[in-house]
Design a binder for this molecule. Structure first.
Ligand code: NAP
Length: 330
């Protein structure tokens, strides 16, 4: 089968596109014929040598996938050949990735794709959607009627946060780096969208939630806690998911006096059971038309190296040239 893989870590040029043996589903595994995969920033960190865990050799890159069940291994009961499925959390914790014509995936990570949702859409929402769900509901306990601010509402995770918060009955303020991206946030359900490059964000937050927001979601890697804590209301919750190297100052007094709390989220540390709850809610929202993919580019799988360059330019160099996910098709 064709696959995008690496034999050593390094810059995007280390990605090879070529033939690897088609995997066989082991006990408890499902062989998926891949329809679409999506790129996430973590794919680029791993390819670049982040060394979070030992990688299989060769290592097929990628975490997200959607496609059709081709074959099932012994002991698989829930899924049958021909069923449409999606998954995330592959290519992580030593597992093989998804950027190939076929992947063998443990049944526990697979969710049925609802009718009317394409493979491109399902793949584009998978890692970002599960992350947003875990952060909003398991970590921050967002409730209907609460207010939420997401700093970076047009990106991969940000666009999921906007839609899920809205679906759960919260009011949403999102920031984005252009007027077009602000308009996109409003289309996804943000009540207010603020261009962080040109507008007074603090003033907008004050008008949106005069008592401060209940939940603040940071998508950037450099949180400014003085600013964030000033935006929070009493018992406000902050969700962090990025910035391993960040060591910013922290306003201890203002934070604890308002009885705020801080929640870190790492998608791949969630159990299969926790992720299934995210997958079930996402499927419910897909069916209800409340969750839509935010796709910026669709490329052939053979362009995996180009896709990594584009993701890296945006995540690390903040090129601002992406307004959503990069999806690839074998
Ligand atoms: N912990 C986890 O489980 C987990 C899961 C997924 C992702 N992540 C991490 O989370 C980060 C975001 O991931 P992603 O997939 O959403 O990336 P992404 O699609 O590249 O989105 C990045 C977002 O950051 C925004 N942004 C950049 N500079 C900003 C600024 N100065 N002020 C406000 N917003 C700004 C961008 O907005 P504009 O384009 O509008 O400028 C964009 O919405 C990455 O570092 C990734 O590694 C962690």
């Amino acid at each position: 089968m064709k696959a995008a893989y690496i034999e050593q870590t390094g810059p995007p040029d280390v990605i090879r596109y070529g033939d690897l043996p088609k995997p066989e589903p082991a006990k408890g595994q499902v062989l998926v014929k891949v329809g679409a995969v999506a790129v996430n920033p973590v794919d680029t960190y791993i390819r670049n040598g982040a060394n979070y865990w030992p990688l299989p050799k060769p290592f097929i890159i990628g975490c997200d996938v959607a496609g059709v069940v081709e074959l099932v291994g012994a002991g698989v009961t829930r899924l049958k050949p021909g069923m449409r499925v999606w998954a995330t959390n592959q290519g992580l914790m030593g597992r093989q990735g998804t950027f190939a014509e076929f992947c063998a995936i443990d049944e526990c990570w697979l969710y049925e794709t609802p009718e009317g949702v394409s493979d491109e859409e399902a793949a584009a929402c998978s890692l970002t959607g599960v992350t947003a769900h875990l952060g909003l509901f398991r970590a921050a306990g967002l409730k209907s009627g609460e207010s939420l601010m997401v700093n970076g509402g047009s990106g991969g995770v940000g666009s999921m946060v906007v839609q899920m918060a809205k679906a759960a009955g919260a009011r949403v303020l999102a920031t984005a780096g252009s007027d077009e991206k602000c308009a996109a946030c409003q289309q996804l359900g943000a009540e207010v969208a603020v261009n962080y490059k040109t507008a007074d964000v603090a003033q907008a937050v004050k008008s949106f939630a005069p008592q401060g927001v209940n939940v603040y979601w940071e998508t950037t890697r450099e949180p400014d806690f003085d600013r964030i804590v000033s935006f929070l209301g009493e018992r406000g919750r902050i969700v962090l998911m990025a910035g391993r190297e960040a060591r910013p100052p922290f306003p201890v007094g203002p934070f604890y006096v308002k009885e705020c709390s801080l929640h870190g989220v790492v998608m791949f540390k969630a159990s299969a059971e926790e992720m299934r709850r995210s997958g079930d809610d996402m499927n419910r929202w897909f069916r209800a038309g409340k969750l839509k993919a935010n796709i910026s580019r669709v490329l052939p799988l053979s362009a995996a190296a180009e896709a990594h360059r584009l993701q890296e330019a945006n995540t690390l160099q903040k090129a601002g040239t992406l307004a959503g996910k990069i999806v690839l098709k074998p």
